[in-house]
Design a protein around this ligand. Structure first.
Ligand code: AGP
Length: 616
């Protein structure tokens, strides 16, 4: 949830750390801080509650210090309120070590008690401070920074990502990844190196990266890095890779918000994803990163799809694709429930995890459960080298580029395409689809990016509907079949960025409770396209109207009958039935964005949220 960045090199560290923190701000934004160190080991720590701008103001841009090593942190509070004092970095009592941390030290109360009994005084309410004190005490006993981190790590319960510096070792960063609380990526530069929670802070400087695996430790200097295990021995092979991300994609360009930019990027994101996963001529479902999973799909007799939030909604639609094209039973589960249930799993079960970041802790823990049960695993991921891709037997990468808006948009639609392609591949492997159907299904994808571009080209027409909806306190989103997950996603987008209470329901459920809420001030957004069980949806619309409810409907172009029934209609181009939900998503994202802007909300950093949820 928090964002960590570290730098060691010859350039002034502070401006680089601030820039890195801005790149990671979507991970947490309630307080921020940096600790920088000169070549002589002079240490300066500055931290502020609030957004990174407050820290930047306090540092005056940071040009004035000669420090060339440092660590920074942007926080999403777990232990202790977002105050200056609780902001990271946290020093030990004598400032011999300073740490930034992402995760939760589950035994922190016990460690705090133990340290207090030894005379340590705590200056914050955080769990992180225990790490700083433990490391400092280890260094005071003569251990070097990297060894002190390893020794301390052995005392911590829970999952953590930690980066530390010490004035007694100028130019050295020590980093650790312990469990699934968040990634640690090393950015390998020339005469300088970076450490960060994720790629966003690294790719403006270098595309050469190494991801730390669970329980790996790194010692990083300007010209070198070593990676060890818990025993301090260097790991066998280091998977250094070049990430295929254009650094320009991390910029907002001419857009006022990342969310809008990312909504608008969907034609390209879909087109890149489609091209990477299938070929039309010759017709082929490629899925180039399936790895060892490719040959094992024939043994799959059941699929369980897991994810959280938007990715869970993608998984919900993935179930429809799997049932339809692979002809095998498919279930979905919220990963945070799946991991604690006694889920019935066996080696014939394929577990498909969906995670744009590849770092969501509940998804990773769900994958651990699946691995222990001997299941085959495929992950749908947008982050090259993300942790889910390291756990799964195979990956279907979405090629949506970096997504920085906290509200996921382009990664959702790209994940739907990936799930569709995976379902086709499963159907092919199991002999459920004949070649003719596969060719027809691949061809159906081709016009999709163009249709999305058309919808986006006409999105200004949503201005009036958005103005009306922005007055509401509550909203209902309804859909049937493949449009049901999209209704859920439409409601999630609306509540995330506009703070309007919105619920997504299967339209058939409406009469079983939600309709009691309907009155003239409670609008419904209904997905009523040609294929969305249209006649039944018409009944739902009539029932809403009979109770004085205002109805905004998404309809297929030229559907005059529904247009006459509703207060407002949003038209979608006619498209292949299975892919219709992907198109229906686009106006719902645009509506959420527009409503949020009208209400003056911070769409890129909605309150209380963080983009990557690495703690429970
Ligand atoms: C999406 O708008 C949300 N911010 C959130 O629900 C997100 O989809 C969820 O946390 C899962 O993230 P992941 O795809 O990176 O695993």
């Amino acid at each position: 949830m928090c964002g960590i960045v570290g730098y060691t090199g010859s350039r002034p560290a502070t401006p680089l750390l601030i820039e890195g923190l801005r790149d990671l701000e979507y991970r947490g934004y309630d307080s921020a801080g940096v600790a920088v160190m000169s070549g002589k080991g002079d240490l300066e720590i500055v931290k502020r509650a609030g957004k990174i701008q407050r820290l930047d103001d306090a540092l005056d841009g940071g040009e004035r210090t000669s420090a060339t090593t440092g660590i920074g942190h942007t926080r999403w509070a777990t232990h202790g309120k977002p105050t200056d004092m609780n902001a990271h970095p946290h020093p030990g009592t004598n400032g011999h070590v300073v740490v930034v941390h992402n995760g939760i030290v589950e035994n922190y109360a016990e460690l705090r008690r133990e340290l207090s009994e030894c005379g340590v005084t705590f200056s914050s309410e955080t769990d992180t401070e225990t790490i700083a004190h433990l490391m400092e005490r280890a260094m005071d006993r003569g251990l070097d920074l990297a060894s002190a981190l390893r020794e301390t790590a052995a005392r911590l319960e829970g999952s953590q990502a930690i980066v530390a510096i010490s004035p007694s070792e100028p130019g050295v960063l020590a980093a650790a990844r312990l469990g699934n609380a968040g990634g640690v990526v090393l950015g390998i530069g020339e005469g300088e190196n970076f450490v960060a929670s994720d790629l966003a802070a690294v790719i403006p400087h270098t595309r050469h990266v190494v991801f730390l695996a669970d329980h790996q430790f790194a010692r990083v200097t300007p010209g070198a890095f070593t990676i060890t295990g818990t025993d301090g021995q260097p790991v066998g092979t280091i998977d250094e890779r070049v990430v295929p991300i254009d650094p320009m994609s991390a910029l907002k360009g001419n857009y006022p918000h990342f969310m809008l930019k990312e909504i608008m990027e969907q034609p390209e994101a879909l087109s890149d994803t489609i091209q990477s996963l299938v070929s039309v001529e010759p017709p082929e479902i490629r899925l180039p990163d399936l790895g060892p999973a490719a040959d094992q799909l024939t043994r799959v007799n059941r699929v369980v799809l897991i994810g959280m939030g938007t990715s869970l909604h993608a998984a919900m639609l993935g179930r429809y694709f799997v049932e339809k094209y692979a002809g095998i039973p498919a279930e979905i589960d919220n990963a945070s429930e799946f991991r604690y249930r006694d889920a019935i799993l066996d080696p014939g079960t394929l577990v498909v995890s969906v995670s744009q970041s590849g770092e969501t802790v509940d998804v990773l823990e769900g994958m651990r459960v699946a691995r222990d049960a001997g299941c085959l695993q495929v992950t749908i991921c947008n982050t090259e080298g993300g942790q889910t891709t390291r756990v799964a037997d195979g990956t279907v990468y979405t090629r949506a580029g970096l997504e920085r808006g906290v509200a996921s948009t382009k990664c959702f639609t790209a994940a739907l395409v990936a799930l569709y392609a995976l379902a086709l591949r499963l159907g092919e492997a199991r002999g459920h689809l004949d070649q003719e159907t596969i060719i027809e299904r691949i061809r159906a994808l081709v016009p999709l990016p163009e249709h999305v571009a058309r919808i986006l080209g006409a999105e200004q027409a949503l201005a009036r509907v958005a103005r009306d909806l922005s007055q509401a306190q509550n909203m209902l989103f309804l859909g049937r079949g493949g449009a049901f997950p999209v209704a859920m996603e439409g409601a999630l987008k609306m509540k995330e960025v506009s703070y309007i209470h919105a619920e997504g329901y299967a339209a058939g459920e409406m009469k079983h409770g939600p309709i009691a809420l309907i009155d003239p001030g409670f609008p419904s957004v209904v997905i009523a396209t040609r294929h969305a069980l249209r006649n039944k949806i018409i009944s739902n619309i009539e029932q809403l109207q009979a109770r004085g409810g205002r109805v905004v409907a998404l309809v297929t172009e030229g559907d005059n009958e529904i247009e006459e029934l509703c207060d407002d209609c949003i038209e979608l181009p006619p498209v292949d039935q299975t892919l219709e939900p992907i198109l229906a998503t686009i106006p719902l994202q645009c509506l959420a964005y527009r409503v949020a802007i009208i209400r003056g909300c911070d769409v890129d950093q909605p309150r209380n949220l963080a983009k990557t949820v690495t703690v429970e």
